[in-house]
Design a protein around this ligand. Sequence first.
Ligand SMILES: NC(=O)c1ccc[n+]([C@@H]2O[C@H](COP(=O)([O-])OP(=O)(O)OC[C@H]3O[C@@H](n4cnc5c(N)ncnc54)[C@H](O)[C@@H]3O)[C@@H](O)[C@H]2O)c1
Length: 349
Amino acid sequence: MNNQLEIGIAGLRMGCDHIDGYLTHPNAKIKAICDISPEVLERVGNKYGVDSRYTSYEEMIAKENLDVVSIATPNRFHKDMTMLALDNGAHVLCEKPIGMNAEEAIAMHRKSEETGKRLMVNYSYRFIPQSVALKQRIDAGLVGDIYSASCHWLRNISGFSQFGGWFGKKAMSGGGVLIDIGVHCLDKVLWLMDFPEVESVTASTHDYICQKVAKASGSDFDVEDTVEAFVKFANNASLMIQVSWAANILESNLIEFRLLGEKEGLLEQNINQGYTFNAKTFYESQGISYTLNIDDVSQDLCPTSMYYFLDKIIKNEPHMADGSEAVKIMQLIDAIYESAETGKPISFN
Ligand SMILES: NC(=O)c1ccc[n+]([C@@H]2O[C@H](COP(=O)([O-])OP(=O)(O)OC[C@H]3O[C@@H](n4cnc5c(N)ncnc54)[C@H](O)[C@@H]3O)[C@@H](O)[C@H]2O)c1
């Protein structure tokens, strides 16, 4: 492989974020793009000056000799597209969730191992500068053992726009809010906690609000809009997660991660209900309580996930967010759904 990596992108809405992310790397060349919509293909191809355009993913993979493929199509297509790219010698950056369930995730991870080609999942919330700084603090031992974590990601009902779209159809998405934004919460907290072994999960799911609105508008909607789950780890730490696409709350979008360590408590929140964040750490020393703001983090700490992926390929170094981590997240998601459906705790032993 020469130093330039030739990249193909499938699915050109989130896929455009991938293009922008790759283009921050000097060795990236966007070689081919794919979308089933000819209009989208033309608009994006013209915008980025990409001439090789495909409405068929299979044709793109067969005709182009790609080094890297990004998959940003609806969840239902992630597995087959990933397997085909890996079989054809490309490394894959797949959007979250890795697939529809743990079974798919395991097959994708195995294929990556068999082919020796990389599979990374775009857990983009790990690449927030404040999150990178918190992770460094934890890894440096400043926080101590983390014994408790919570995460809330709630959107106001007025912002919910997925009715009629594939996000609300289980056959296309694999699930609702949990597999959509809950997957980021689970991934981020588990990554910060260094993936402790899960012991058990108890969960509830709800669809009151979206079902009501979907019925009134004649739309199909067969997934959950709200989830709460309690996860107990083998090291006695615990995690509480609450996520909703459509809640009766004041804010349009509320995101908060809190981790309690033996030495420090950490908080990361979004600012102005958008997708920029601040972080704080709280600790006590000799009877005095301190708050340290972690707001001004150097962007050098934090490339895009696409830059990171290319960099690791070029340097031949291991990358994070690989198939093995994605399998653990999907197993947790499957267990949350199973607990909600059966009304019983799910044990991992
Ligand atoms: N990491 C993140 O923060 C983040 C943010 C948004 C979306 N996503 C993920 O990205 C993926 C896409 O989400 P989105 O919001 O862009 O969806 P979207 O429906 O807005 O866009 C999907 C695009 O893929 C195209 N497409 C559909 N089927 C295709 C196929 N078989 N072959 C080629 N193109 C096809 C559609 O025409 C559309 O242009 C999802 O898995 C979603 O979970 C991740």
